[in-house]
Write a new protein. Structure first.
Length: 81
């Protein structure tokens, strides 16, 4: 049983760490491309920023779903029963 708990904690740590790392890299790349596109065509700044906000909100929702899955594994682990 201790091996299952240790494996679960290791897996949850890897899931959370790698997903937040990927989220941060993706937001950084998105921000750089947004700055580049606004620099090239400043007239459409409002449209670009609104579409960027929509993408950030959707990706944040996916991160919250990932957190919910990790807490489900931590507190209601189906492998322990």
């Amino acid at each position: 049983m201790e091996n299952v708990l240790a494996s679960t904690l290791t897996s949850v740590g890897l899931i959370m760490g790698l997903s937040l790392l990927g989220f941060g890299i993706g937001i950084g790349l998105l921000g750089s491309k947004i700055a580049e596109s606004v620099g090239r065509n400043p007239e459409v700044k409002n449209e670009i920023v609104s579409s960027m906000m929509l993408l950030i909100i959707i990706s944040t929702i996916f991160v919250f779903i990932m957190f919910a899955f990790c807490f489900l594994l931590l507190f209601f682990n189906p492998f322990i029963a």
